[in-house]
Design a protein around this ligand. Structure first.
Ligand code: ZN
Length: 360
């Protein structure tokens, strides 16, 4: 994490758009103008006050008294890595649960209360939690540390698909090496927030990143085992671009990067053309996106004499059920890669990298 004097100044960049997110910036500007000036007038002194009087010191003091601090996160993939890094020092709560689409998620009254009651907040950024921006900004404005875990990822790594019109693709957790960077960002943020725990956070992050290295290698291996001409991944929405780049598989989503945009008949027909031309055997549903478009694709292919099946349901923007292996970040990616490889003619153990997947 960047060491800026006033942490609250982080939020405008993350919540409202990275430097190259032109559309997002325009939105900030609309949101901004007089209000932005008001914000600077309001937020800067609060940040300064915190720096002088030590909002962190208060949190650290309560921590030293044996009380766990409370970290609140948006999507499950972040909740899990914060839990991994924070260990026993924090009580970690996630807001967006199993099977829920973060692009469309509107925070409830309880979520707002949880965010207000948090000591530290983590979110993805890159406009993933598009409908939570206002509430995250409000929470930050009240002097709370609010971190986007993607903030320190080098822009040269980020994808900017043309249909995103100047936005970055937010689905960075699909490349395990990138999510390793998010783990580092979490460790840095927690160390800044709770300095007595810094050595623990560094050690826990190091160990967890070791596990991620194993996962990354497994994903590479099983995707590479798919026969080359079958290496095409068609999913309900465009969540797998980073996955495709990292693990060497062509990806296509029926809906765009955000599920806010609807798939057109032309999108469906283009994909049916691709399926027919490339003899694609399987397409994939997603647990957090309705499967009507995937069914339309299958019917479209059928009308042209091709049988294509659903290769399984992938975890795109949400993890599996809490308390299960698929309800962890590692389990989620293991399940995805194993399902994809097996459905497209590759080789992967039925129960995945760790033998822990539920039989499907
Ligand atoms: Zn998505």
């Amino acid at each position: 994490m960047r060491q800026s004097g006033i942490r609250l100044m982080r939020i405008p960049r993350s919540a409202a758009g990275e430097p190259r997110q032109r559309a997002a910036r325009r939105r900030l500007w609309r949101w901004g103008g007089a209000r932005a000036r008001l914000w600077i007038a309001l937020v800067a002194p609060v940040g300064l006050l915190c720096a002088l009087t030590g909002c962190d010191a208060a949190a650290s003091a309560s921590h030293q008294a044996g009380k766990r601090y409370r970290a609140v996160c948006t999507v499950g993939m972040i909740t899990d890595i914060v839990r991994q890094v924070a260990g026993e020092r924090a009580e970690v709560q996630g807001i967006i649960g199993e099977g829920v689409d973060p692009h469309l998620y509107k925070p409830t009254r309880n979520d707002v209360a949880a965010l207000q009651g948090a000591d530290i907040v983590f979110y993805n950024g890159l406009m993933l939690e598009g409908k939570m921006t206002d509430v995250l900004v409000k929470v930050a404005r009240r002097g709370k540390p609010v971190y986007a875990v993607t903030e320190e990822i080098d822009p040269s790594f980020l994808l900017e698909p043309k249909q995103m019109q100047g936005h970055y693709d937010p689905h960075v957790w699909m490349d395990v090496s990138a999510w390793g960077k998010a783990v580092e960002a979490v460790a840095a943020a927690l160390s800044e927030f709770d300095p007595p725990g810094a050595a623990q956070y560094a050690e826990r992050a190091r160990r967890y990143k070791g596990e991620l290295d194993g996962l990354h290698a497994y994903l590479k291996r099983v995707i590479a085992s798919i026969p080359e001409r079958q290496r095409a991944l068609i999913t309900a929405h465009d969540a797998f671009n980073y996955f495709g780049r990292a693990y060497g598989i062509q990806v296509m989503g029926i809906q765009g990067i955000s599920t806010e945009s609807e798939a057109s008949l032309k999108d469906i027909n283009d994909l049916v053309d691709f399926i027919v031309a490339n003899d694609v055997q399987a397409v994939f549903a997603e647990t957090s996106v309705a499967s009507k478009n995937v069914r339309a694709l299958i019917e479209g292919a059928q009308a042209r004499g091709r049988t294509v099946r659903i290769g399984g349901s992938l975890y795109s923007d949400a993890m599996g059920a809490p308390g299960t292996y698929e309800g962890t970040y590692i389990g989620m990616l293991d399940a995805n890669a194993t399902t994809i490889a097996r459905a497209l003619g590759g080789e992967a153990p039925e129960l995945g990298m760790n033998g822990k997947l539920r039989p499907r």
